[in-house]
Design a protein around this ligand. Structure first.
Ligand SMILES: CCCCCCCC/C=C\CCCCCCCC(=O)N[C@@H](CC(N)=O)C(=O)O
Ligand SMILES: [Zn+2]
Ligand SMILES: [Zn+2]
Length: 492
């Protein structure tokens, strides 16, 4: 017989208080319409201090309108932080259980119309998909978290474990002093230590930053859930060349633009070293090894022998290349004042995403050694070291809760593997609060969908959004456990 594992709760308790994640047709229509309404509010972050404040204020009112029960429940405290971020404190019935935090962000990156099949802030539904900026990054999470809570409350749910919902308005802005995630203002300044009365630091923390990945690795037969237990660092480096302006009829051998363009070209043509094998990727691939078809399964089960081949193969694709090295992206270039004036200054900004085996300083030095031109000045605009790896063993409550919820909501997914987020998330601001920081969006993601994030035709299927709500509906209840989850039920 299958030994009855205590699991997260014993069966009797689960049956007595578990609320099934089944939604009426009316609720399903309402949740997708709520997401569409959220997408239609253009909460765009442009640059530090440059937000669409009208849209951000409108979004705050919109949440009140579509989630009335959340806002009128006595054990839920809502605070506006930094004018446009929102912190919900959901007080559980058992104060001995450490709280956790769900994180998402309201702001989105700009979306020029060109290239979009539908206007990027229309929220139009087409062929089962809702299109718009923020459908994957990250209004889907904002709305799914609040929608799940609203549906639970309507069903008289009372949480045992307290939790926070932190909805930031400046996640897409990387700037010194920004109050990313909005909660920083609540928790205090840099140290993020919770003020009195906010309870003990969060026990775990779930944010955007990975997905159920489908089709990212050739010869990997089926999709798998990657829970990002760390994230790459970042370095925003502004390079500048200054020269005496003059008449373009008698130009110098090189202008500031030419000097800087050559420096930038050298950076682009000299990739940072391949660090395969010195980060979480090797562990991810080892967990996936038996999911690959022959001969890949032999290769990934013998990385001690085949790692040089694998590291080279990973370089071929932009996304998997981002897993094996620090990436270099020249994202801004500004220079010149008039066609007949020698340009006094040229500036280029390079966005490095730092592999966990490197540091900001190492990347900065490598960049200087590649540019090798004293006329190019280096200005560090913003930098974050790669994050520490969060625990993902059987005793790691956060990881196991995510894993358990994946297995119940996505029974077809039989691999849940730890990995690294190639982008940055607001979770980097919370390392003072917990070591259990996990990044996972309960959505299938295919490579073509990834190109919609910060790109064109960002979209989410209606079904995927409904399942995301279901995941959170289940996760919040699963988090009520007071025991450590059993990560492996005994098989027959
Ligand atoms: C071995 C398996 C293959 C792994 C493939 C990974 C595919 C990509 C998966 C997830 C990437 C996560 C992207 C969503 C989060 C993006 C959050 C974001 O845009 N952050 C900003 C924040 C900022 N302003 O810095 C960013 O620029 O990173
Ligand atoms: Zn995001
Ligand atoms: Zn983003």
């Amino acid at each position: 017989t299958v030994p009855r594992s205590k699991g997260l709760r014993d069966a009797e308790h689960q049956r007595a208080s578990r609320i099934p994640s089944q939604f009426s047709q009316e609720e399903r229509v309402a949740m997708k319409e709520s997401l569409k309404g959220a997408i239609q509010i253009p909460t765009v972050s442009f640059n530090p201090g440059e937000f669409n404040t009208t849209a951000l204020a409108e979004f705050g009112e919109y949440m009140h309108k579509v989630f009335p029960t959340v806002f009128r429940t006595s054990f839920i405290q809502h605070e506006v932080v930094g004018e446009y971020s929102h912190l919900f404190t959901v007080q559980g019935s058992d104060p001995s259980l450490q709280p956790y935090m769900l994180l998402a962000h309201i702001d989105v990156v700009p979306a020029p119309d060109q290239g979009w099949e539908v206007p990027p802030f229309s929220g139009l539904e087409r062929d089962g998909f809702i299109y718009g900026r923020g459908t994957l990054d990250n209004k889907n999470s904002v709305m799914a978290i609040l929608q799940a809570l609203e549906l639970l409350l309507i069903r008289n749910y009372i949480p045992r474990r307290s939790f926070f919902i932190a909805l930031g308005h400046d996640e897409e802005i990387v700037a010194p002093g920004s109050i990313s995630a909005g909660v920083r203002g609540t928790w205090g300044s840099e140290d993020l230590s919770p003020p009195p009365g906010k309870g003990c630091p969060a026990r775990l923390h779930v944010d955007e930053g990975s997905f159920i990945l489908d089709g990212f690795i050739p010869s990997l037969k089926k999709p798998f859930a990657m829970v990002s237990v760390s994230e790459k660092g970042s370095l925003d480096l502004m390079m500048e060349v200054n020269m005496t302006p003059g008449h373009s009829s008698a130009p110098p051998k090189e202008t500031s633009i030419g000097i800087l363009a050559a420096a930038v070209s050298r950076l682009e043509q000299t990739p940072m070293p391949n660090m395969f094998g010195s980060g979480p990727l090797k562990m991810t691939l080892q967990q996936l090894a038996n999911e690959f078809s022959f001969p890949a399964n032999v290769i990934f089960n013998n990385l001690w022998l085949f790692w040089p081949l694998v590291s080279r193969l990973m370089e071929r694709d932009d996304i998997t290349n981002a897993l094996v090295r620090t990436t270099t992206a020249v994202t801004m270039f500004n220079a010149g004042i008039k066609v007949n004036v020698i340009p006094p200054v040229a500036q280029a900004t390079v966005n490095f995403r730092i592999h966990p085996a490197q540091t900001v300083q190492e990347v900065l030095k490598l960049a200087k050694d590649i540019v090798v031109d004293d006329r190019v000045q280096f200005h560090v605009l913003e930098a974050f070291e790669p994050l520490p790896v969060s625990p993902f063993d059987d005793q790691a409550l956060g990881y196991q809760l995510i894993r358990q919820t994946i297995q119940s909501v996505f029974p077809e997914i039989n691999i849940v593997a730890p990995g690294i987020c190639i982008a940055q998330t607001d979770s980097r601001h919370y390392t003072n609060l917990t070591t259990g920081i996990y990044r996972f969006n309960p959505l299938y993601l295919q490579p073509q969908d990834f190109s919609g994030i910060h790109g064109i035709n960002e979209r989410i299927s209606v079904q995927a959004f409904e399942t995301q709500v279901k995941f959170l509906f289940e996760f919040i209840q699963n988090a009520d456990t007071e025991q450590r989850p059993v990560s492996h039920l005994h098989e027959l």
